[in-house]
Write a protein that binds this ligand. Structure first.
Ligand SMILES: Nc1nc2c(ncn2[C@@H]2O[C@H](COP(=O)(O)OP(=O)(O)OP(=O)(O)O)[C@@H](O)[C@H]2O)c(=O)[nH]1
Ligand SMILES: [Mg+2]
Length: 578
């Protein structure tokens, strides 16, 4: 085969016609649209950005442990035994989560697996406290659902151990008291001192002090000092951050204004000055920092795009996304080019910190005008500024382009309907229909059928989860053999899944590839059908009762030429703001 210059690398990109003139027919050229010059909207096959995408991640987070308290005494000339001056340990760092704009995948988190906050530093002499551990903020895309799977809180375990040890200590104290009483009684009865002594010697070994492990002891302590050491009770302490209640379930569907606490770091230990008293002027101990909590979390991303594109494979969804946004989604003249969702952002701002679009158009006909911003390549919508209008103008909206759906996708044909999860929460659904691929009305109906079946499946799932959450275990739940399963509340009467949660969303049709000959007829039929749906003469294409049929529009476009896309922006804004 004669060598064909690679379109992506030549200085003047060869048009497909020039390639045709060269007489070559490589597979590369067949993927671009032959009649149209190569451009951003009709890119050569290798011109796309690979996006690493993950919509699920399982991570372990570790808050920071507290630093230990310090045992130290002032040393100065002519001051033999200076006062205690050990600093407190620093508190451990916290782990937070925050949903932010600009993130749209969990792949970075999925790779990291373990995220830990910094440990508090140990206190130092001269009353210098240890530094606080660094906090960690996990930034996730908007639309992330966080579920706690497991939590290991060493403080809970310690409390249990403490209680058990305290129990033993009490029993021992009782034994000692009884022995003393017996010894006294026998002494009074005149048995003799040696017999009384025997009773006390017979006592078992004293149990370990319940909170001994919470103290750091001075390493230079003599064995005698160690034996006679009496450790005080731990002082109760105020916490700045309470550990969030188990089990965490967060649905971050809007940008979080402030980071949300997931795991609080351990408190730092207390230095030895805290334990100075009249009887104990030189405490040879300080407390250890608290151990940190560890949690396993499952993150799931339900992309929260404002608009979701639904269409058959090869309909032109990715091309449309490129025309509307700066996305470099892969485009190819074959089915299933897109294998993972792409998110594009339509910017409605002039990038000078002053939005120029009001979120709600004042009259029935919007006065925006859409221009393509050459510098940013994005669509900029402008209208005359209205004084005293809606307070927070919309600055952007996002579009999700998902892999194509085929008939029978709910039976796992093609790539299945899993991806509809990403448009399920979109405010508006846009059905992208190729006018050049047969009956548009039929295509629309089959798309809605798949969407409707998906919606019903989701409703079923949701109900199942609700029922399983009501199941409660009698007893403490630790012994499943004796625990009996009961239903906390009687389940409500089962409502049939209707699929309304998706069918009730506003939707419209984008009829694309309008530049191709012979597509007008198809568009006319589609428009007639949609008008009939709006007027109530035809049922909603998903056949769901009470579905949204207020104003079913069809917008003809030619994405490859960037024609008609401004109407999509206007109509989307109209629907989003309603
Ligand atoms: N003539 C014409 N061709 C178009 C238009 N829009 C897209 N195409 C072509 O249609 C083919 C498929 O476009 P894609 O954008 O990859 O389609 P898709 O819906 O994303 O496809 P999948 O990702 O496989 O579902 C490409 O060859 C595009 O060049 C259009 O408006 N006019
Ligand atoms: Mg695509």
């Amino acid at each position: 085969l004669p060598r064909v210059p690679r379109a992506g690398f030549s200085t003047s990109p060869p048009t497909s016609t020039s390639i045709a003139e060269n007489g070559s027919d490589s597979t590369e050229t067949s993927t671009t649209n032959d009649a149209i010059p190569v451009s951003r909207l009709n890119p050569p096959p290798d011109d796309y950005a690979i996006s690493s995408f993950a919509d699920k991640a399982r991570i372990t987070i570790l808050a920071g442990g507290g630093g230990h308290g310090c045992i130290s005494f002032l040393r100065e000339a002519f001051l033999a035994n200076g006062p205690a001056n050990g600093g407190d340990g620093g508190h451990g760092g916290n782990v937070y989560i925050q949903a932010v704009h600009g993130e749209n995948s969990l792949h970075k988190l999925a790779r990291r697996r373990v995220i830990r906050a910094g440990r508090g530093k140990t206190g130092q002499g001269s009353n210098r406290g240890g530094a606080r551990g660094e906090d960690v903020v996990i930034q996730v895309p908007i639309g992330t659902v966080v579920r706690e799977i497991e939590r290991i809180d060493p403080m809970d375990e310690e409390n249990v151990l403490y209680r058990q040890a305290r129990e033993k200590e009490r029993e021992y104290e009782k034994l000692v008291r009884e022995a003393e009483v017996a010894a006294q009684a026998s002494e009074e009865a005149g048995v003799g001192e040696s017999e009384a002594l025997r009773l006390t010697i017979d006592l078992p070994e004293p149990p370990e002090r319940p909170n001994a492990h919470k103290f750091v002891l001075y390493p230079g302590m003599s064995p005698g000092e160690r034996r006679n050491l009496s450790l005080p009770r731990l002082p109760s302490r105020e916490r700045l951050y309470a550990q969030p209640e188990p089990s965490i379930h967060l649905d971050l569907s809007v940008a979080s204004p402030r980071p949300i606490l997931l795991a609080a770091g351990g408190l730092g230990g207390l230095g030895n000055p805290h334990f100075v008293s009249k009887d104990r002027p030189r405490p040879l101990f300080a407390t250890k920092g608290e151990r940190a909590v560890r949690m396993q979390l499952e993150l799931e991303l339900k992309l929260l795009a404002d608009v979701g594109f639904v269409g058959l494979p090869n309909a032109g969804k990715s091309t449309l996304l490129r025309a509307l946004t700066r996305s470099r989604a892969r485009v190819g003249n074959w089915a299933f080019t897109t294998l993972q969702p792409n998110i594009g952002t339509v910017v409605l701002d002039n990038h000078k910190g002053r939005p120029i679009v009001k979120s709600r158009s004042p009259g029935p006909s919007p006065s925006h005008s859409v221009i393509h911003d050459a510098t940013f390549g994005s669509v900029v919508v402008s209208n005359q500024p209205q004084i005293g209008e809606a307070p927070e103008p919309r600055k952007r909206f996002t579009i999700a382009d998902i892999p194509g759906l085929i008939e029978g996708a709910h039976l796992d044909r093609g790539l299945g309907i899993e991806f509809l999860r990403h448009v399920e929460r979109a405010g508006v659904l846009a059905f992208v229909i190729d006018l050049n691929a047969g009956d548009a009305v039929k295509a629309l109906k089959s798309l809605w059928t798949e969407v409707g079946l998906y919606a019903r499946m989701r409703e079923d799932e949701e109900r199942e989860r609700e029922t399983s959450e009501r199941i409660d275990w009698q007893g403490d739940g630790t012994n499943l053999a004796t625990g009996r399963m009961i239903i906390a509340d009687l389940p409500e009467p089962v409502a049939e899944p209707t699929g309304l949660h998706i069918a009730a969303k506003p939707w419209f049709v984008i009829a694309t590839k309008g530049d191709l000959p012979g597509t007008e007829e198809n568009f006319k039929k589609l428009k007639e059908y949609l008008d009939a749906v709006t007027n109530g003469k035809e049922r909603h294409p998903s056949n769901v009762e009470h579905a949204w049929t207020e104003d079913c529009q069809a917008i003809p476009v030619s994405a490859i030429h960037g024609q008609g896309v401004d109407r999509i922006v206007h109509w989307t804004l109209e629907l989003l703001d309603d």
